[in-house]
Design a protein around this ligand. Structure first.
Ligand code: KG4
Ligand code: ZN
Length: 346
């Protein structure tokens, strides 16, 4: 299906990034990113070692109009030239989601353009189509600060959950590890940098769920082991490297099982897409590439700037929904704190 290219404004405010972007294209992609403005609130949350919801929603409210104006200006697109307005309607921190959704509704009402209420996870899931025009089906490993799941993606309304975390998300495990080791927030990039100078075999850490049936994840045992280890005299670099090696081992094991489940659903499929903030980790990417070589899969990892939260992926989800013939969503659409990807399955 290659229809007329659509030009969509995307808005993302579900966590600690205030973002707006303009994307043009049609399914299956790739699309053209005309602008991609991301304002990170990291500095506002850093003193607390994590995202504070009240601070986040106030910051979104203060800056979102400005970010939207910048995205339109950089794209050299006026509101009247848009084909629709896509916005994250969940899942996420409800205050922030409300700010974005309300702004998008006002823009849709004012311009008469369709509103597309996007599931944030769908945004991450479809990013590899925006960047590489990846065809369905594919296995999605979604690894971010709030999410950790393996999904079979057969289409924009066909998401099959193979496994998810029973406790922490992998990004959360990186953030907590950084805190334990005295590294700065956000923890992922800091742990990855420290790990580069460490020995991944220095300390023996557990690999929870490894070898178990099903593709679920668990990271809390790893975090507890690390906390105990940190009470002794350790090298932060070696501990970071050992932690990261355990994570890679777990991700590879769980993804291999999900590939087996996927082959039963889609015998013709052989693509693994990695998405979410943790996909920016190069050691994890290399580990997954090796797994794909063993399993006859091709790994596709969008560039880091599109792996972490952004509005281009939300605009692209809007392109996909509208190019599939959707009319958009009602202006009465409610924000959702919880919204499993599988619930967007038609
Ligand atoms: O997708 P994202 O920007 O926001 C959520 O929707 O959660 O992901 C943020 C998460 C944080 O937990 C951060 O520590 C992690 O992604 N992250 C990384 C790296 N860069 C970001 N984790 C490991 N290695 C990285 N290089
Ligand atoms: Zn995200």
């Amino acid at each position: 299906m290659t229809g007329k290219p659509l030009t969509i404004l995307g808005i993302e405010t579900s966590c600690d990034e205030t973002a707006a972007a303009v994307v043009r294209g049609s399914a299956p992609g790739p699309g053209e990113i005309l602008s991609n403005v991301v304002f990170s609130q990291i500095e506002a949350h850093a003193p607390y070692g994590g995202v504070v919801p009240e601070i986040a929603s106030r910051a979104h409210l203060e800056i979102l109009d400005n970010i939207v104006d910048r995205a339109l200006a950089e794209a050299k697109i006026s509101l009247s030239e848009l084909d629709g307005i896509a916005v994250t309607a969940g899942p996420g921190l409800i205050g922030g989601v409300m700010v974005g959704l309300t702004t998008a509704k006002a823009l849709a009402l004012g311009t008469g353009k369709p509103l597309v209420a996007v599931n944030h996870l769908m945004g991450h899931a479809l990013t590899a189509r925006l960047t590489h025009g990846v065809e369905f089906p594919f296995v999605l490993l979604l690894v971010s600060g709030g999410h950790c799941q393996l999904v079979g993606v057969g289409g924009i309304h066909d998401f099959r959950l193979y496994g998810s975390t029973i406790d922490d998300a992998v990004g959360e495990a990186f953030d907590k590890t950084a805190k334990i080791l005295g590294l700065p927030y956000p923890g992922g990039p800091a742990v990855e940098a420290a790990a580069r100078n460490g020995n991944p075999r220095a300390y023996e850490l557990p690999r929870p769920m490894k070898g178990r049936a099903g593709a679920d994840f668990s990271f809390s045992g790893l975090k507890t082991a690390l906390r105990q280890l940190a009470e002794t005299d350790i090298s932060v670099e070696d501990a970071s490297a050992s932690f990261q090696a355990a994570v890679i081992d777990i991700l590879r094991d769980r993804t291999r099982i999900a590939m087996q489940m996927f082959r039963k659903d889609f015998p013709e499929g052989n693509t693994l897409v990695v998405a979410g903030g943790v996909a920016a980790n190069q050691a994890i990417g290399a580990g997954l590439n090796r797994l794909c070589a063993d399993e006859d899969f091709t790994a596709l990892i969008p560039p880091p700037r599109l792996c972490t939260d952004n509005a281009a992926m939300i605009a692209w989800a809007g392109v996909e929904r509208l190019s599939a013939g959707g009319a958009g969503d009602a202006l009465s659409t409610s924000p959702r704190a919880r919204w499993p990807l599988a619930e967007t399955t038609a």
